[in-house]
Ligand binder design. Structure first.
Ligand SMILES: Cc1cc2nc3c(=O)[nH]c(=O)nc-3n(C[C@H](O)[C@H](O)[C@H](O)COP(=O)(O)OP(=O)(O)OC[C@H]3O[C@@H](n4cnc5c(N)ncnc54)[C@H](O)[C@@H]3O)c2cc1C
Length: 374
């Protein structure tokens, strides 16, 4: 089967790119999303905190986030339920830590005001002497957002194919041939997918997929982070802000179940279906108990996800300098949802028109470009 564009990976990166490519081209026909698992979004995109924070991340990420929030809010106007809704974000810590972790212009808060807003913080935690509030932060429902992109893509004619793990790739003239695992060793797979352009949106596996395609190494590193949905003896109000320690040692936010909690670790890992280490969830609960008066009565769900970063902490969105027809859409780290709309739009524009217009600063466009081969 030959396609104009094949996207490898059906997480938020791959599905949002498919939906945006279909919109920009006026049709999804000729576009195929290949997903290794038997269902879409089984990996990091199913394991996030679902928060979009315009003050969180390096400068290019902040610009992509502001743009994405505005685009998702605008798209929500035509939908029965919004894709994003207000959900303030509070960073608490020493004045120096808060200043280092936040952008200028955020509303500053004294320790007294912080404890009035977040009475669950332990009053004896002397390090929380100040805070900054990002009132422009929003929450999304990852499942609903992914489903919206998929619906938008498929209704325009995009094919989403699950259960196809790309294990090899080769060039035949100007065409890429993408190969699944051979059914028996030494035989040619009978199910080769052909494409003019291949978009590498393989999340934690993007470096590996890039190497199959002969692409330039991007230094993408998957980093483990464990989180849990816990029940509380006293509910937090739904409008309570997400609260993060400025040193990113823990964070929590309200959830219909009780609270979502994490210690915010970044532990290097191979690409895999990451699972919590033994004892990790108990340690996470102990950390939250150490810093807050939240009384956790049970764990509804716990998980580990891989945030995959480049050394610059800025995602990669551009043509590979070494491999013809290979486009990188990876390295979203902890910003994959908050940058998704802008990343998808920047990817679609580069693929369809060959450039990105003036809606992103030249600095951000430059920061998104792939590393060149050594
Ligand atoms: C605990 C935690 C909290 C987070 N909180 C937030 C947050 O609040 N806000 C935010 O913006 N971001 C957050 N993130 C980050 C965000 O979840 C990720 O940046 C985002 O999900 C990455 O999406 P992706 O599509 O690149 O990767 P994935 O969702 O992992 O998708 C990649 C897909 O590629 C497929 N694939 C891989 N190799 C192949 C192959 N060879 N052939 C075919 N398919 C293949 C995989 O099966 C997978 O489905 C968080 C992450 C974690 C772990």
């Amino acid at each position: 089967m030959h396609h104009d564009i094949v996207i490898i990976g059906a997480g938020i990166a791959g599905l949002s790119a498919a939906s945006e490519l279909a919109r920009l081209r006026g049709t999804g026909r000729g576009i195929c999303v290949l997903e290794a698992e038997n269902a879409v979004a089984q990996h990091t995109s199913a394991r996030s905190a679902q928060q979009l924070i315009p003050s969180y991340g390096p400068e290019p990420v902040l610009e992509l986030t502001r743009w994405s929030i505005a685009a998702l809010a605008e798209a929500s106007a035509d939908l029965p339920s919004p894709l994003v809704w207000p959900s303030p974000f509070v960073v608490a810590g020493s004045p120096a830590d808060v200043a280092a972790e936040t952008v200028p212009g955020l509303r500053r808060m004294s320790g007294t005001d912080l404890f009035a807003l977040c009475p669950e913080l332990r009053a004896d935690a002397a390090r929380y002497r100040t805070a900054a509030v990002d009132g422009a932060a929003v929450r999304s429902d990852a499942t609903a957002l992914l489903a919206w992109h998929r619906r938008r893509a498929e209704s325009a004619g995009v094919a989403v194919r699950t259960g196809f793990r790309v294990t090899g790739a080769r060039r035949a003239g100007s065409t890429w041939e993408l190969l699944p695992a051979a059914t028996s060793p030494g035989t040619e797979p009978d199910d080769v997918v052909r494409a003019g352009t291949v978009v590498n949106a393989a999340g934690a596996w993007a470096e590996h997929v890039g190497s199959l395609l002969g692409g330039a190494p991007q230094g993408l590193q998957p980093l483990r982070r464990t989180a849990a949905l816990v029940r509380l003896d006293t509910a937090m109000p739904a409008e309570h802000p997400m609260v993060m320690d400025a040193a990113e040692h823990w964070y929590y936010r309200p959830d219909p179940v009780g609270a979502m909690i994490s210690v915010g670790e970044s532990e290097p890992s191979e690409a895999c279906d990451a699972q919590p280490h033994p004892g990790a969830v108990e340690r996470l609960i102990a950390t939250i108990h150490e810093h807050t008066e939240l009384r956790i009565t049970g764990v509804a769900k716990a998980w580990t996800g891989l945030r995959t970063e480049r050394a610059s902490d800025v995602p990669v969105c551009g043509w590979d300098p070494a491999a013809d027809g290979v486009f990188w859409l990876a390295g979203q780290g902890g910003y994959g949802f908050q940058t998704s709309a802008a990343m998808a739009a920047a990817a679609a524009e580069q693929i369809v028109t060959g450039g990105v217009g003036g809606w992103l600063t030249p600095e951000t466009v430059a920061a998104l470009q792939p590393e060149r081969a050594a």
